[in-house]
Design a protein. Sequence first.
Length: 310
Amino acid sequence: MADDPLLARLRERVAGAVLPDEAMARHTTLRVGGPARVLLRAESAADLVATAQVCADEGVRWLILGRGSNLLVSDQGWNGVVVKLGRAFRGIEIDGERVVAGAAEPMPVLAQAVAAAELGGLAFGVAIPGSLGGAVRMNAGAHGHELREVLKWVEVVRLDRDGLTERLPAAALRMTYRHSELPADAVALRAGLSLQRTDPAALEESMAEMRRWRREHQPLGEPSCGSVFRNPPGDSAGRLIEAAGLKAHHVGGAQVSPRHANFITVTPGARAHDVAQVIADVTQGVAQRFSVTLETEVVMAGFDEVRSTS
Ligand code: FAD
């Protein structure tokens, strides 16, 4: 609603753009999801703190959005404020083997930039379509490597602690497979990485190989959120889903990808409900067949509370 009083209060306090009723389908790689009551682009830590204060005063929830590549928003949308980090949170500084990058920096851009500086350790990020901030929250990883191997620290602003800005050492995040204990109210602003000098030709070859592997094995041309489920210890979610006979299972416009059983892809007109139902069916099917409870990796928002296993 354009006359939503929340809008006026946010516009008074926040320098970045403040948009009402913004369709979240436009901001997630799954391309589904209803409107956010407000979507705003924060251009400073002060914008983030002001947003949190307005949200607290108005009794509405906020949600930090990275590149929306691991996010399923309900068809009802997000009845609160979605906050995207603006251009001020980009930037990459390279000093020897140390790198400091803004949380809004896309992982593929960062991976390419450090490779161009002949630094190894982040090649796995070349095909992860998220932001550095999202990668910190999720401990993103691929091809046998993950962010925790190179992350040294993350600078955050604590939105439930009056905007306290602090630098957390990576160890404080207790990162495990696709999980970090980044506090729920912490917004990553920038992060420090420690990389190693590497032969540039070998680096380029390994990144090309990762891209090639993905093109062959993943349904990259279709909207998805990457792997939907975490792999259970010692097994692969995709293998279990396939063995349970659920490959290509579909509900409405959402289906378990015939190409990669841990991906759910959608066709135009699909609803978030379809995706959620496929998730529920797969969880139930795998539990019945193998007595394994799959955990979702994808963050679900607007269904009740943010349902994140991170
Ligand atoms: P979002 O999806 O926008 O948000 C995810 C969570 O992070 C939310 O809880 C959000 O609030 C939080 N968040 C985002 N930014 C911040 C911030 N600055 N501070 C605090 N919290 C924040 N993932 C892998 O790990 N490995 C893969 O190989 C991989 N392959 C993929 C392939 C495809 C085709 C797709 C679509 C996705 C894939 N993913 C993969 C999933 C996804 O890219 C990662 O989980 C990524 O880290 C999410 O980052 P994002 O910026 O998109 O976060």
